[in-house]
Design a protein around this ligand. Structure first.
Ligand code: ASP
Length: 311
């Protein structure tokens, strides 16, 4: 099969300047190019998803790994999961600290009998695996937190991308990757620093089937307000619709129409087993880019709603 790939770097309200937009575009396209090359060279979907997540977690612009937003107490806590479609298996970590690639812990847990670990258990695993200590905090995110503290944390969420000037009114910034490999296997991965400024102990959708889900038929990664994603059970909802026979496009449209009626605020990306690639959003921007086998496209300036590129 011809491999397919879609990635995202979050969703939210408009990116401030063209500078922001161009830089985000360059960064997303470069990551799609590198990750798609791996799929084309014969890598399986899970390895490609791990590579794509590493590159996105290492890009300080996005709210995952290095560059993660701070919680209300000024600490970074990250969550990540992998859903392997052929195995129909989710693994992940919730609110872990001081690692460079939270997605690696999710990958390790794929073959463990205990597959989702929260803070304390995640920290034990980091010790057991002897992963080096990594501080994901960046100056921009610290500045953003200090600014927000002045206003007593009035914003719903942190900025979508870390930008040089601090007046971004955007939200979100989680990262996600969905890949279909040459064997037709679909895997989805999602990694996040959370909403930003949240209460200690708040659990993100990113390590739940609501935010990251896949079967043999389709895979979806979500971004946006985690509570909204959980209330719609968005990723699993779209995938189950495809598994039950709806086309990917119809599954996106139906799920986003319902979400619109409930005034939800999020975006999602996905791929199905026919190689169709889809995305949808009911917020201003979805920072997604994809490779359809011919070339790279992105959704940075796309209108509200859903779109599908059939195979
Ligand atoms: N969904 C993430 C969360 O609520 C945030 C995001 O997508 O940026 O934790």
């Amino acid at each position: 099969m011809q491999p397919k790939l879609i990635i995202h770097g979050g969703a939210g309200s408009s990116l401030k300047g063209k500078g922001g937009l161009d830089a985000v575009r360059r960064s997303l396209h470069a990551i799609v190019e590198q990750t798609y090359a791996k799929l084309q060279a014969g890598a399986d979907a899970q390895d490609a998803v791990i590579l794509g997540c590493h590159l996105l977690e290492d890009e300080p612009r996005f709210n995952a790994g290095t560059g993660s937003v701070l919680q209300s107490d000024g600490q970074v806590r990250m969550s990540a999961s992998i859903m392997n479609g052929p195995q129909q298996r989710l693994s992940g970590v919730i609110n872990i600290a001081q690692v460079q690639h939270p997605i690696d812990l999710a990958q390790w847990l794929q073959t463990s009998p205990d597959r989702i670990l929260s803070d304390y258990g995640g920290a034990q695993l980091v010790r057991e695996l002897q992963l080096p200590i990594h501080n994901p905090l960046t100056d921009l995110r610290l500045q953003e937190w200090l600014e927000e503290r002045k206003g007593n944390f009035s914003k719903d969420m942190a900025g979508v991308v870390a930008e040089d000037s601090m007046d971004a009114e955007a939200g979100r910034g989680t990262i996600g990757v969905v890949a279909l490999d040459q064997q037709g296997q679909i895997v989805a991965g999602t990694s996040t620093g959370g909403k930003g400024f949240e209460r200690i102990g708040r659990v993100s959708d990113s390590a739940m089937p609501a935010g990251n889900y896949a079967t043999r038929d389709a895979g979806i990664s979500c971004t946006g307000i985690g509570e909204d994603i959980i209330d719609e059970c968005l990723a699993a909802r779209i995938v189950v619709r495809v598994t039950d026979g709806l086309a990917l496009e119809a599954a996106f449209q139906k799920s986003f129409a319902e979400a619109q009626a409930h005034q939800r605020d999020f975006g999602a990306i996905g791929i199905d087993k026919t190689g169709a690639i889809a995305w949808g959003k009911n917020c201003d921007v979805l920072l997604a880019a994809y490779h359809d086998g011919d070339r790279i496209h992105d959704t940075l300036e796309a209108p509200l709603g859903c779109q599908v590129r059939s195979s």
